[in-house]
Design a protein around this ligand. Structure first.
Ligand code: 3HC
Ligand code: NAI
Length: 695
């Protein structure tokens, strides 16, 4: 008998237990083990019915994703489900935890499904760029109808037991001891002479073609660039048109196509990368962590309010500190307004709103921060002001309190040096809107202690963020790369492209918006003020005034003023080409004596994206990001880099580093611009025929 699957009898019921921590993934040994255990159960004369259950924390959570891409090993998962369905004895699935993907498909091979009230089930394969490939697309429509099945499979979200009972997937929901309850349920089925119920033998109602094409249209925008959702629809449609065996064949063909697709390889990379970013070399489960029971936030502006909401929503009390009562009142009112808007959309109850609001307290005095465990500073982006704030914090905060800054450009080490406890200082760089964006760049200073890092990485997860640990440099990982791309976008326009052309190329690549729509969203005034500051403080090294500055000077600050690089109609966020902006661009070109030329889409793509890859490589070289996957996750969660391309560095590997290096070198030779100086790491990998993924 396999070690990961066991068989034992409990009264009249034969129990097959899968025990393959942590999530009972259905790897080869488990699949073989289930088949062997089933044989044992079938041969056991004392077993009147059989039950399959997961050991530990969950029913199997799916196929073993690590096996994808390796040579398949028999028995396959569809075969295992078929063998279960062919069982001569009544078979019951007893579910707790998360029966996902292949796990849920196993339950569909059983006659009856009983689940703990806390259990969830679902078919999330679409998130890995796949479709349910062990009969899920053929059996689920037979159980709940094609429309509901298509919805569930394309959404890929785990569903709660109660909902699944209403849908007709789960037969019985129990609470308490699942095994005991499920055995009692199985015994009752036996006593009642319950019939066998092979899902594959149920009929499925035919739907008109429109049902599928309309559904496809309804998801077209949201799922732009993804392959799997559309294959899922095709597979469900096949269930309504073909008999079960032919439908299974079609499911396999579509599954295999997806398995071999670059989109799925990218999405599987993201799945593991997302889990890997939380693991910091040198920090383990044993690294001590501090207890964060109460948080202080300095500054109730754009960022402070959003940051506060993350903690309030996670049930952690927040004390907000400002310079004036008026600013506090405004900040708190905005937080309430945001929660109430969420409640209006039905995503929160009014009780939950009040619960969150009851966790905020406010103050105008630093002395009130003496008992908080963590302070996050979100005051103006000015070193003098930040140093003053950290000096105060050092004075009032208790020993062991973590002092964090949300600075987006300033040197965390210099801020830390304004305290007598630099080991307790760290950057927590939230992205705007801070209550929505999932990325959190945690910035490790030279002196930051492991304990502080471990606590903040753990806390990131607790407040629903994806925390990525990065080092100190201007712009950290995300904005440092972004700024290089934005500069190329402006240069391309100077040379002859239009803002709309540049934006379209990057939108078509899969980004949520192009560089100029993004600049209009963030506000042209932000960069302009920074550049103006530099022109005042350090005129020799400050950037030249360009057409973006000219637009900002006219108070064309973007969406918020109804126009920036693009024009915006009242109440509409669609960027429209702007004559005013084009006139400024022309004026600038003339002033500089630039002879424009036709800029190809290919050049736009290469210059905007390869400059990012080169910068990403420099960031790795300098140790600012620990691994290429950290850069990938920063760009996916901070800027919407398309998941189906796997992130910036993963995408570069697919393009080929030799190809990218050659272009980077060409652009460097042509322009002499230091940004194109090839990164030593990129050069090395390209010459050795290696990838970032090999590091
Ligand atoms: N295969 C291999 N490893 C898996 C896995 C899987 N299906 N699911 C989780 N793991 C691993 C994780 O990588 C992680 O490993 P690590 O500790 O070495 O980093 C460990 O199990 C624990 O996972 P999480 O950190 O994610 O634990 P959580 O408790 O936060 O979440 C979970 C548990 C909800 C089960 C989540 O892991 C999850 O969503 N897993 C993926 C489920 C899935 O996509 N299933 C479908 C697979 S495809 C399939 O079944 C194809 C079939 O149709 C043919
Ligand atoms: P903001 O101007 O909206 O808010 C700053 C708030 O801090 C104001 O309400 C001000 O009254 C208060 N404040 C200033 N000095 C103070 C002091 N000494 N004590 C108490 N309160 C004080 O600015 P915003 O946009 O929220 O930025 C705050 C920080 O977050 C900056 O460091 C910025 O670089 C960073 N950041 C901003 C992002 C953005 O998109 N706005 C994104 C990521 C980081």
């Amino acid at each position: 008998m396999s070690e990961v699957v066991s068989y034992e009898r409990d009264g009249d019921i034969g129990v097959i237990t899968v025990d393959n921590p942590p999530v009972n993934a259905l790897g080869h040994a488990v699949r073989q083990g289930i088949v062997d255990a089933l044989d044992k159960g079938l041969a056991d004369d004392g077993a009147k019915a059989l039950m399959i259950i997961g050991g530990g924390r969950t029913f199997p959570a799916g196929a073993d994703i690590r096996e994808f891409g390796k040579p398949p090993q028999e028995p396959s998962l569809p075969d295992v489900v078929q063998v279960l369905e062919n069982s001569d004895k009544l078979l019951i699935a007893a579910v707790h935890g998360t029966a996902l993907g292949g796990g849920m498909e196993i339950t569909l091979g059983c006659d009856y499904r009983v689940a703990l009230d806390s259990a969830k089930m679902g078919l999330p394969e679409v998130n890995l760029g796949l479709l349910p490939g062990a009969g899920g697309t053929q059996r689920l429509p037979r159980l709940i109808g094609a429309k509901a099945a298509m919805q569930a499979i394309v959404e890929g979200k785990p569903m709660k037991a109660a909902k699944l009972k209403d849908m007709g997937v789960i037969d019985e929901v129990v609470s308490g001891d699942l095994k005991a309850e499920a055995i009692a349920y199985a015994e009752k089925l036996v006593a009642d002479g319950a019939p066998r119920r092979k899902v594959s033998e149920l009929s499925v109602e035919k739907e008109s073609d429109n049902v599928f094409s309309e559904f496809e249209q309804s998801i077209a925008r949201k799922k732009r660039g993804f392959l799997a959702p559309f294959h899922c629809i095709k597979a469900v449609q096949a269930a309504t048109e073909l008999d079960f065996a032919a439908g299974m064949k079609r499911e396999r063909e579509l599954f295999t196509e997806l398995l071999n697709s670059p989109e799925s390889a990218a999405q599987r990379h993201v799945f593991f990368a997302e889990r890997e970013v939380g693991k910091v070399p040198g920090i383990s489960k044993e690294t001590p962590k501090r207890d964060i029971k109460q948080v202080g936030i300095i500054g109730a502006g754009t960022m402070g309010g959003g940051i506060a909401m993350n903690f309030l929503s996670a049930g952690i009390p927040v004390k907000m500190l400002e310079m004036k009562q008026e600013a506090l009142d405004k900040g708190v009112a905005l937080i309430r307004k945001n929660y109430e808007a969420t409640a209006k959309k039905g995503r929160m109850t009014s009780d939950q709103v009040e619960k969150c609001m009851s966790l905020i307290s406010t103050s105008l005095s630093y002395d009130d921060l003496s008992d908080v465990d963590l302070v996050i500073e979100a005051v103006f982006e000015n070193m003098k002001v930040k140093k003053q704030v950290f000096g105060e914090l050092d004075r009032v905060c208790k020993d062991g309190a973590i002092l964090a800054t949300n600075t987006s450009t300033l040197d965390v080490n210099e801020i830390a040096q304004s305290t007598n406890r630099p080991e307790d200082v760290i950057g927590m760089h939230f992205f705007s809107p801070a209550n929505v964006m999932k990325l959190l760049e945690n910035v490790r200073g030279e002196a930051t202690s492991d304990e502080v890092i471990a606590t903040v990485m753990d806390l990131s997860k607790r407040i629903g963020k994806v925390g990525v640990l990065v080092g100190v440099c201007n712009g950290f990982v995300g904005n440092r790369i972004l700024h290089k791309r934005q500069a190329q976008a402006v240069k391309l326009v100077n040379e002859g492209a239009t803002p709309s052309q540049v934006d379209k190329v990057l939108f078509d690549f899969g980004l949520p918006m192009g560089p100029f729509a993004m600049a209009d969203l963030a506000g042209l005034d932000v960069g302009w003020r920074i550049r103006e500051g530099l022109r005042e403080d350090d005129p020799e090294n400050a950037p030249e005034r360009d057409w973006m500055d000219a637009l900002a000077e006219q108070e064309r600050w973007g969406q918020k003023t109804g126009g920036g690089v693009f024009d915006y109609a009242e109440g509409d966020r669609t960027p429209r080409p702007s004559d005013t902006a084009m006139a400024e661009i022309e004026k600038y070109r003339k002033e500089k004596g630039i002879e424009t030329r036709e800029v190809s889409d290919q050049e736009i793509l290469e210059r905007c994206l390869y400059v990012m890859v080169n910068e990403g490589a420099k960031i790795l070289e300098e140790g600012i990001a620990m691994r290429p996957l950290d850069v990938d996750i920063v760009w996916i969660y901070g800027y919407g880099f398309p998941v189906y391309r796997g992130g910036l560095m993963f995408w570069a590997d697919q393009v080929g580093l030799d190809k990218i290096h050659a272009k980077v070198k060409q652009f460097y030779d042509e322009s002499g611009d230091p940004v194109w100086q090839p990164s030593a790491l990129l050069e090395k990998l390209a010459s050795e025929g290696r990838k970032f993924g090999d590091l």
